[in-house]
Ligand binder design. Structure first.
Ligand code: FAD
Length: 392
């Protein structure tokens, strides 16, 4: 066994990059995280942390803190878009917790992000570091940054989101497919929309679009996502403000509670939605992709964060167990890919047919729920153990 501690550089301090850094440090590896943003900031709106993701964060010792910052919906409800009649109701809360072995949380992305960032010593997170080149040789890999600095490591994890720099090389010919839909994510302050059950996941699906509302933790109120038709391809951006007046017009014919929800939105962002075919591979000898960089998917299964967290746990297990052999980190990266590529491709396939399209096509909520059940039940720790790897 070599005396050398594997040094891993993570590009991107999003949910996936930060979770990878936490898991790698717990496994005893040396980690640096490089983030392009000048500071780790409060961008985003509501996010789902499904049981398959929350179970892994609990294994990393974060369960108690998660419970403090997140909401755990007690029920989900589908309402008729025009009359508001409750078409279907399912209990969640303890029942889901028991069924899936972990909580289904809904929370503000910034709160989850801050919780993860707190677990990593500040001097290991290098903000203002935008990676512009990644170059491998036999002994290591170098990242060049826009401001002229460099960092050398044994392995690079590209957790740099959908526009990932290394992804552009691996997926040189891949083109995102504009879905002709957009997600408008908005926030409603506490008390600004009286009458809605505060601890329920609510869905309305009508001719103009689908609306989903969920509670946020930390007394932040309610978040909603509206999936609507979008004729213009606005390009991928996390910071495009939504046109609130247009949103209100879109939902003007919906039942009063849905209408009030969009009318009460204090702020909202516009995300053009794209589908991307799975890549044939994610890794070179010393560099691999993680999270949205590896497998961006439509958001209809609410699995963006949870899949990135699963990747992070799997990669940490592979690198800590196989990363320092005579053939360098390549066998560990191959094993990671074997564990994750086919699984995430199936999740992406499911999210294609999920959500708005299924409901609009007449699928019931029960059917929709069973579509995602296998994803939420997936037990990465058991999978790692079965593969002879240390469970995350
Ligand atoms: P991301 O969360 O996209 O993180 C990628 C990180 O890499 C970012 O911090 C980015 O600044 C950094 N980065 C990119 N390029 C470089 C580079 N060249 N050098 C260094 N750093 C780089 N999902 C929701 O469901 N609801 C939301 O409200 C929501 N808001 C979001 C807001 C932002 C700003 C972002 C980036 C993502 C948001 N998401 C949201 C998406 C969600 O976080 C992801 O789908 C999921 O968590 C997987 O995350 P990831 O870590 O793979 O990638």
């Amino acid at each position: 066994m070599s005396e050398h501690t594997l040094h891993v550089a993570v590009i991107g301090a999003g949910i996936g990059g930060l979770t990878a850094a936490i898991a790698l440090r717990r496994a005893g590896l040396r980690v640096d995280v490089c983030e392009q943003a000048p500071v780790l900031s409060e961008i985003g709106a509501g996010i789902h942390l499904a049981p398959n993701g929350s179970r892994l964060l609990a294994r990393l010792g974060l369960e108690e803190e998660l419970r403090e910052i997140a909401a755990r919906p007690e029920a989900m409800e589908v309402r008729a878009w025009d009359t508001g009649t409750v078409l279907m109701q399912q209990p969640m809360g303890d029942i889901w917790q028991d069924r899936f072995g972990g909580a289904h949380y809904t929370l503000h992305r910034a709160d989850l992000h801050r919780l993860l960032a707190r677990q990593i010593p500040a001097d290991l997170v290098h903000t203002g570091h935008r990676a512009v080149a990644v170059t491998e040789d036999d002994d290591g890999v170098q990242i060049d940054f826009a401001h002229g600095a460099h960092l050398r490591a044994d392995v690079v994890i590209a957790a740099d989101g959908v526009h990932s720099l290394p992804r552009r090389t691996i997926a040189a010919t891949e083109r995102p497919v504009f879905s002709r839909t957009a997600a408008i994510r908005g926030l409603v302050a506490p008390g600004a929309c009286a009458g809605l059950p505060p601890d329920t996941l609510l869905t309305w699906s009508g001719p103009a679009g689908r609306l989903l509302a969920h509670p946020l933790g930390c007394g932040r109120g309610i978040a909603f996502v509206a999936v609507v038709a979008d004729r213009a391809d606005h390009g991928d951006s996390w910071s495009r403000p939504a046109d609130l007046a247009a949103l209100r017009r879109t939902f003007a014919d919906f039942e009063p509670a849905a209408r009030k929800l969009v009318e009460a939105a204090g702020e909202a962002g516009h995300w053009t939605l794209y589908d991307r075919e799975p890549l044939p591979y994610w890794s070179t000898a010393r560099t691999t992709l993680l999270g949205d960089a590896a497998h961006p998917m439509l958001p209809h299964h609410g699995q963006g964060a949870s899949q990135a967290i699963e990747d992070a746990a799997a990669l940490a297990a592979c690198l800590s167990h196989l990363g320092q052999g005579p053939h360098g980190p390549a066998p560990a990266l191959r094993r990671y890919e074997e564990l994750r590529l086919a699984h995430t491709s199936r999740v992406r396939q499911g999210s294609l047919g999920g959500g708005a399209q299924r409901l609009a096509g007449g699928a019931g909520m029960r059917e929709l729920v069973s579509d995602v059940t296998w994803v939420q039940r997936y037990d990465l720790a058991a999978e790692l153990t079965a593969a002879g790897l240390p469970p995350a």
